[in-house]
Design a protein around this ligand. Structure first.
Ligand SMILES: [Zn+2]
Length: 259
C-alpha cells in the first residue's frame, strides 16, 4: 500500500477512504454488532449478541480490504442490524426484527410507531443520507455491497460459498458470474442463499437501480472469512474479479489497485 487509509465516523455511520477515487462505492450495512447502551442489548444475552443474527461476521474486514485495494470509498453502518437493519426500508417489518432465525429479540417486540420512528431517524436516515451523498460525489458510481452469511441456517447446511446477488439490473452480476471460475475455486451461485424475493436488495434498489448505476451484492459464507488472512485473501480475490468485470463493462478507471 502506498497510502494510509483513513476512516471518518459521524454518529453511527463511517466512511473509510473518504477521498477514494474509484468509481466503486463499497457498502457494508451489517458491519457492526454494536448496540447503544440505551437499548440494553435489546434484552439479549450471551451468544446471540456476537452471532450472525447481530451482524455479518468478517464482512467489514473484507469490505475494507476491497476499499483499500481499489482506492474506493466504503460506507459502513456502526450499529447492529438488530437495532435497525440498514439494508431494509423503514416500511419493512424486519427493519427492526423481533425474530432472527431461532432467536427472539425481546427489545424489538411490540415497538410503538414512535419507537420505530426514533430508530429510523437515528440509524437508517443518516446511513441512507451519507451513502446517497457519497454516491452523488462519485462520477459513474458502481455500488458494491459486501455481506456474509452463516454456513448453517435453520439446521440446513448451505453449499453455496459466494452468492452474487442482483435485482432487476444484472449487468455487473452477469459479468462477475461469467468469470467466477477464473478468480475463485469456491462454489459461486446467482441470487443464493438470498435473492430479491427475500427483501435483501433494498440498498441496490434505493441507491443504484433508481439512478441506473451498475451494482452487485456479494454474500460470502462466513466460515471462509474467519481470520485476518482469509479476509485479506477474499478481499484480494473480489478486487481482481470485480475489476475485471468492470473492464469488461467498460467502466473507466475501475482498476486502481494500490498494491
Ligand atoms: Zn448482510
Amino acid at each position: 500500500m502506498t497510502q494510509v487509509s483513513t476512516t471518518s465516523t459521524q454518529g453511527h455511520v463511517s466512511v473509510h477512504n473518504p477521498t477514494g477515487q474509484s468509481p466503486v462505492v463499497v457498502v457494508c450495512e451489517h458491519a457492526s454488532n454494536f448496540i447503544p447502551t440505551a437499548y440494553n442489548d435489546l434484552g439479549l444475552v450471551g451468544d446471540a449478541l456476537a452471532s450472525h443474527a447481530a451482524w455479518d461476521l468478517g464482512a467489514l474486514a473484507v469490505a475494507k480490504g476491497l476499499s483499500d485495494r481499489l482506492n474506493a470509498k466504503l460506507i459502513a453502518s456502526g450499529t447492529s442490524r438488530l437495532v435497525y437493519d440498514c439494508n431494509r426500508p423503514p416500511s419493512a417489518p424486519d427493519a427492526m426484527p423481533h425474530q432472527s432465525e431461532a432467536i427472539t429479540v425481546p427489545g424489538n417486540v411490540g415497538l410503538t410507531a414512535a419507537q420505530r420512528q426514533n430508530r429510523i431517524d437515528e440509524f437508517y436516515e443518516p446511513f441512507r443520507a451519507t451513502l446517497a451523498e457519497e454516491i452523488a460525489a462519485t462520477s459513474t458510481p458502481v455500488i458494491v455491497t459486501i455481506h456474509s452469511f452463516t454456513p448453517t441456517y435453520h439446521g440446513q447446511k448451505r453449499t453455496v460459498e459466494i452468492g452474487v446477488l442482483h435485482d432487476t439490473d444484472s449487468r455487473l452480476a452477469d459479468a462477475m458470474l461469467g468469470t467466477a471460475s477464473q478468480y475463485t475455486e469456491t462454489l459461486v451461485l446467482r441470487n443464493d442463499p438470498y435473492g430479491p424475493e427475500h427483501g435483501v436488495t433494498h440498498t441496490l434498489k434505493e441507491h443504484a437501480l433508481a439512478n441506473g448505476h451498475l451494482n452487485v451484492m456479494l454474500e460470502v459464507r462466513n466460515d471462509l472469512i474467519q481470520n485476518a488472512q482469509q479476509q485479506d485473501e477474499m478481499a484480494g480475490c473480489i478486487a481482481n474479479w470485480l475489476s475485471d468485470a468492470l473492464v469488461r463493462l467498460k467502466v473507466e478507471s475501475a482498476v486502481t489497485c494500490r498494491e
